[in-house]
Write a protein that binds this ligand. Structure first.
Ligand SMILES: *[C@@H]1O[C@H](CO)[C@@H](O)[C@H](O)[C@H]1NC(C)=O
Ligand SMILES: *[C@@H]1O[C@H](CO)[C@@H](O)[C@H](O)[C@H]1NC(C)=O
Ligand SMILES: *[C@@H]1O[C@H](CO)[C@@H](O)[C@H](O)[C@H]1NC(C)=O
Ligand SMILES: *[C@@H]1O[C@H](CO)[C@@H](O)[C@H](O)[C@H]1NC(C)=O
Length: 327
């Protein structure tokens, strides 16, 4: 190999492994606050759910003026989890609400419901869609097609995926894959984040920790067995929710590691942002792409502020919304 090609190789590797800069958009000053999941609106604003209180916030993706705004405080619940834009109605969202206790790290079976948040009017309209009493720990949520008019919901305790039909309100298990089960009885979660890509449902097993996928019919039912796409890089703790691009590249919130892991469609996993010993991305919980021309190649990340595993064993900083530019 000539010196010049060696130099080129070195430069290429540096480019591949360089950590991307992280910019904080919003930071809650109170340790103990936890942003759990997010949805980006068509206008670019970000909706974020809180797990430590039953509240939904809107944040402007502008570090100089994030203007965090309470959209709604849900009654009779401890927190909010997954959020998904409804399949047939742009800028209207389904939100999972119920009793996951951060104090005891436990989920109360039978306490959950799915709510509808209509962001189209200047004053959002919020209403309950249905209780889902058979859910034990509903966590991630995605929309199927407009024709199906249904949601898929991961249940982290049962290790399966439910389908909620928005027309009939029927709630039934449609995927029950071995890779969705808890990897050991001592861990708190099996399947966590779920996203659709092509004919697959991609999913996280929190403490595998791995990203896997299972082929599904358009109605959400599994049509075959699941397979692992990639395990977390060595020592990177746990996986949470993620975003997946058109080419099948996933960006995974890597909770205990305080990093974002990129997983290519071929299953190559690498850390692209954050650091175990840094509070830049303190206990990331979920990831979403920007939706406007300006921020299409950007990921937004919610965090639990280090609550999941305090940085250096002691630092808990409060919930964050951060942005990472991919290009
Ligand atoms: C959920 O928590 C709220 C707030 O503490 C409480 O009012 C409600 O009764 C709980 N629901 C269940 C089913 O435990
Ligand atoms: C989904 O579609 C498949 C294939 O057509 C069918 O076998 C299955 O029963 C359907 N499931 C539901 C819940 O409608
Ligand atoms: C954690 O410890 C490292 C090494 O001592 C230090 O550089 C870093 O600032 C610490 N992080 C926090 C969030 O305190
Ligand atoms: C974090 O800090 C610990 C203790 O100082 C050190 O052993 C470890 O290599 C650091 N990890 C990273 C990813 O910097």
């Amino acid at each position: 190999m000539s010196p010049s090609s060696l130099l080129l190789l070195t430069l290429t590797l540096t480019a591949v492994f360089a950590q991307l800069p992280v910019t904080q958009i919003y930071h809650n000053p109170h340790p103990g606050t936890w942003l759990e999941n997010l949805a980006v609106r068509p206008n670019g604003q970000i909706l974020a759910t809180r797990l430590d209180v039953p509240e939904l916030y809107q944040v402007t993706p502008d570090p100089h003026n994030p203007n965090p705004t309470l959209i709604y405080a849900f009654p009779s619940a401890l927190g909010t989890l997954g959020i998904a834009e409804l399949p047939a109605t742009p800028d209207v969202y389904a939100v999972l609400v119920g009793n996951f206790s951060l104090a005891t790290i436990s989920s109360r079976p039978g306490s959950y419901s799915i709510w509808r948040v209509d962001m189209r009017p200047s004053r959002p309209i919020v209403s309950k869609i249905a209780d889902i009493p058979s859910a034990v720990f509903p966590n991630g949520m995605v929309s199927l097609s407009a024709a199906e008019n249904a949601l898929l919901v991961s249940d982290s305790t049962l290790g399966n995926v439910w389908r909620f039909d928005l027309t009939t309100h029927a709630y039934e298990v449609v995927i029950d894959d071995p890779f969705m089960k808890k990897v050991s009885p001592s861990v708190g979660e099996g399947v966590n984040g779920i996203r659709l890509h092509g004919e697959y449902l991609y999913f996280i097993n929190s403490f595998g920790p791995f990203l896997a996928r299972v082929p599904i019919y358009p109605n959400g039912t599994a049509n075959s067995k699941g397979h692992v796409v990639a395990y977390a890089p060595d020592g990177e703790g746990s996986f949470d929710d993620f975003a997946i691009d058109e080419d099948g590249t996933a960006y995974v919130a890597t909770g205990v590691g305080n990093v974002i892991t990129k997983v290519t469609e071929e299953g190559v996993a690498s850390v692209i942002a954050g650091n175990l010993n840094s509070s830049q991305i303190a206990s990331p919980t979920s990831v979403a792409f920007g939706r406007t021309e300006r921020d299409r190649w950007t990921i937004y990340v919610t965090t639990g502020g280090g609550l999941e595993a305090p940085i250096n064993g002691t630092a808990v900083v409060g919930a964050q919304l951060v942005v990472v530019k991919l290009v």
